[in-house]
Design a protein around this ligand. Structure first.
Ligand code: ADP
Ligand code: MG
Length: 621
């Protein structure tokens, strides 16, 4: 009997010529894998038909479990059940400012290590465990060896976070073709890199509301490259917050206040289910605490309005950062499971005055775009121009006076190499420190230190005579290699910048002890943090002052002051910088008057012979 070789349309008839590559969306709450088959990108389900793999691993001596199975241990064995490991990637302990239930080992400067039932696990290893699951799933489903993978990362991920992701993929035995920005992947999935036949540049907004995070990016497609014009978001705003708002409402409906952990967990599960069902049904019945509560779409929308408003607020700010008007936006793309809710879609539509793109499943769109890019990179689509990626942040060197000289500006298409000449500033100088930095600020202390090395053996010359050529080379994944050469003598030194709190690469770790402070995306958080601290200082000082000198105020003045104080306490909960700043200003308006009265009283006292030192009673700052 003759064997026939059957090929699907678009597929090569020779199996050896068709290469299989996959795209992986390694998400905070969910991860998934997709590939291109017969010219079509499709997501790959596991043997139970689930496409999404909850990004959860449960470590146990009996059997380690993943995804939905691992989720079952969240209530009973939380410390061995690791969720949202993405938040820990490429971070030192000192960087981790959010709440989590885990016991982390190591010093502040170290990559954190989770203490689990099966021993210590780094974020890189945990991510690798998730990636391995997806790789196995892909191998089983395509019955081929996987030759390469594109892994997506948030647009604001810095070098350390990207390198940690790359390390995880390598540990999982994946050949990483490229790390791709999540918003770029979503744009690729919608073919936005091909539809714009027009010669002019196009701007796109990618609105990504996931499980625990909100990201909005503005991309410009120009001459074959997606540039990230601006990004913004909230590291703690997503579907989980919508669930919490519903739980709060449920508690009001049930007229219960304090609930134990178990009841709370049940309420969250019921809320999440109701929310998800409302994207296919107009109206749901929630069965909780032996009661049946009805929820319709309009009420749901009202419940989640505060969270929606916060996302829209960020959208407006990011538009401002990109110096664009609403009318400059060609399309808005919806990404993330939470954008399945009509309330979210409507809110976005109203703000941008256009129907957002959401025909591709919003929790699959990033993986789809990654799979399409992987297919192209592995060489299956020679008909299409290769999509270029860009550097997310500027790269530069420390120069005299603690300033940063930028060699490669942000948004430069990669791969790229740039050279620049430097010289010595002292007579007879024989060594030079090459300190590599990443960031948009001008001062070294405000940028992220990526590593440093010393070029030794410069022949002694008068200052300004040596010619030191420094080369920065960024490969297609955005990873940087730096070399320096003294050209008259040929002395050379170089490093690969691998700013991971890497696997075993202790040498690289040593290079990274510095800095790690404020990458672009932290700016907002830092500002918020500082504003809140200022607000708290103000409130504390005022409380003390009222305690000491309330009698100086008329009842009306005191009420005004206390109202302004209460207003600040309330806005502090909102995490909205603008509101907090406004409330601080308002409060200062009244407290300054109060301070003036207090000052007068102290002067009176002083004139009556009180010691000057007594002036330093609680001040209003
Ligand atoms: P991430 O990118 O952060 O890993 P996802 O994009 O997978 O997250 O989004 C997960 C969130 O999407 C969860 O909060 C989940 O409840 C929510 N979600 C999933 N399906 C729906 C739906 N049908 N309607 C509303 N929200 C949904
Ligand atoms: Mg996501």
């Amino acid at each position: 009997m003759a064997l026939l070789q059957i090929a699907e349309p678009g597929q090569s008839s020779d199996p050896h010529q068709h290469r299989v590559a996959i795209g992986i969306d390694l998400g905070t709450t969910h991860s998934l894998v997709a590939t291109v088959r017969s010219g079509q990108a499709q997501v790959l389900p596991d043997q139970h038909g689930h496409v999404l793999l909850p990004s959860v691993v449960h470590y146990s001596n009996e059997a380690t479990s993943y995804g939905y199975e691992a989720q079952d241990f969240l209530v009973n064995d939380p410390t061995n059940t690791i969720t949202s490991v993405k938040r820990f990637m490429g971070r030192s302990q000192a960087d981790i400012k959010f709440q989590h239930p885990y016991q982390l080992l190591g010093t502040a400067q170290d990559m954190p290590t989770f203490q689990t039932a099966v021993g210590q696990k780094t974020p890189v290893e945990i991510s690798a465990d998730l990636l391995t699951q997806l790789k196995h799933r892909a191998e089983q489903s395509v019955a081929h060896l996987i030759q390469g993978a594109v892994i997506t990362v948030p647009a604001y991920f810095d070098e350390a976070q990207r390198q940690a992701t790359r390390d995880a993929a390598q540990l999982a035995g994946l050949n990483v073709l490229r790390l791709l920005n999540e918003p770029t992947a979503a744009a690729v999935a919608y073919g936005l890199d091909h539809t714009s036949q027009l010669e002019i540049d196009q701007n796109y907004v990618i609105y990504d509301l996931g499980g625990g995070t909100f990201d909005v990016s503005i991309l410009r497609f120009s001459q074959g490259v997606f540039e990230v014009l601006a990004t913004g978001g909230h590291t703690a705003l997503g579907g989980d917050d919508l669930d919490r708002l519903i739980v709060k409402w449920l508690k009001q409906q049930l007229a219960i206040d304090n609930v134990d952990n178990e009841t709370y967990a049940h309420l969250v599960i019921a809320a999440k289910k109701a929310k998800e069902d409302l994207s296919t049904q107009k109206h749901v019945s929630i069965q909780v605490e032996q009661q049946k509560i009805e929820l319709d779409r309009a009420t749901f929308e009202k419940i989640i309005q505060p969270a929606l408003d916060r996302t829209l607020h960020v959208c407006k700010r990011v538009l401002r950062d990109a110096k664009l008007e609403l009318t400059d936006i060609k399309h808005v793309v919806l990404v993330g499971g939470s954008t399945r809710s009509y309330a979210v879609q409507d809110a976005v539509e109203q703000l941008f005055k256009q129907t957002p793109l959401c025909s591709i499943n919003p929790d699959e769109v990033v993986a789809i775009g990654a799979a399409m890019t992987a297919d192209q990179l592995i060489g299956n689509r020679t008909d299409q121009a290769l999509l270029l990626d860009v550097t997310p942040l500027s790269l530069g060197l420390e120069t005299m006076g603690g300033l940063v000289e930028r060699l490669i500006p942000r948004n430069t298409a990669i791969p790229i190499a740039r050279k620049q000449e430097f010289t010595t500033y002292q007579d007879g100088q024989t060594a030079m420190l090459i300190h590599v930095l990443q960031g948009e600020r001008d001062l070294v202390e405000h940028c992220r230190s990526l590593g440093q090395f010393v070029l030794h053996g410069i022949p002694p010359m008068t200052a300004g005579q040596a010619r030191i050529e420094v080369t920065f080379q960024v490969d297609a994944d955005g990873l940087l290699a730096v070399s320096a050469q003294e050209t008259t003598s040929g002395t050379q030194a170089n490093i690969d910048i691998k700013p991971s709190y890497g696997l075993s690469d202790t040498d690289m770790e040593r290079l990274l002890l510095d800095g790690y402070k404020y990458a672009e995306e932290d700016k907002h958080l830092r500002h918020l943090h500082e504003t809140k601290m200022e607000a708290e200082r103000e409130l504390e000082a005022l409380t003390q002052a009222i305690k000491a000198d309330a009698t100086l105020l008329t009842p009306e003045q005191l009420t005004k002051l206390q109202q302004a104080q209460q207003q600040l306490v309330t806005t502090l909960q909102s995490d909205q910088i603008d509101d907090i700043e406004r409330s601080i200003k308002q409060l200062k308006h009244y407290s300054d008057q109060f301070a003036a009265l207090r000052m007068n009283r102290h002067i009176d006292h002083a004139l009556k012979g009180t010691k000057l030192d007594d002036w330093s009673t609680p001040s209003t700052k």
